[in-house]
Design a protein around this ligand. Structure first.
Ligand SMILES: [Zn+2]
Length: 195
């Protein structure tokens, strides 16, 4: 894969996001003929690591089709070992050039992790606590800062994974962080390092 493959894929997905923002979706590759085609073999364009929030479905917000995105979701866009292998698997099988880690505003998982009582959702809290703590000193909205920080921490978990790291090097896949604004529908690509 080349950097161009990742850039072209990202541009294509952002074009789909523009259609979604404007309400002029194409709903591409969702017809019965395409369904039959991808039932034989899949060739996803990108892996998306995102939040389980019902308002953040990647196929919808990127106006993508069946078989376009290999999606790994969990509450708070957190990632564990199963999540990491769920990213590594499609990379190995399909040599995917692009991984998008997609956070979003008003994340219920982050809100829960920032609120008492602390005796429920123990694993989720544990997973999200570093992002909340390391963003606590930042100016601006603490909740949004934690959501963005969680994207960066998930990227770090992926790039430093002993399973994934060699694959990323071999395939030359790019990982980008992105942030979804629910009301406008806009997906912003985050700078490589914001903090
Ligand atoms: Zn969320």
């Amino acid at each position: 894969m080349t950097r161009m493959a990742a850039e072209e894929t990202l541009a294509k997905l952002l074009e789909g996001n523009q259609r979604f923002i404007k309400g002029v979706m194409h709903h591409p590759r969702q017809d019965p003929r395409h369904r039959q085609k991808v039932s034989a073999a899949q060739a996803p364009l990108a892996v998306v690591v995102g939040c389980s929030d019902s308002r953040t479905s990647p196929e919808i917000i990127f106006d993508a089709g069946l078989g376009d995105l290999f999606v790994v979701r969990s509450a708070g866009c957190s990632i564990d070992r199963i999540g990491i292998e769920s990213v590594a698997l499609p990379l190995q099988l399909f040599r995917i050039p692009l991984i998008i880690v997609l956070g979003h505003e008003k994340c219920g998982a982050i809100q829960t992790a920032m609120s008492p009582p602390a005796d429920n959702f123990v694993f989720l809290r544990e997973s999200l606590r570093p992002a909340i703590e390391t963003s606590a000193h930042l100016p601006g909205d603490s909740e949004e800062n934690a959501c963005v920080m969680q994207v960066y921490r998930t990227i770090q978990s992926l790039t430093t994974s002993p399973i994934l790291s060699p694959l990323l090097t071999e395939i030359k896949s790019s990982i980008v962080g992105a942030f979804y604004q629910m009301q406008s529908g806009i997906v912003d690509i985050l700078p490589a390092s914001k903090y």
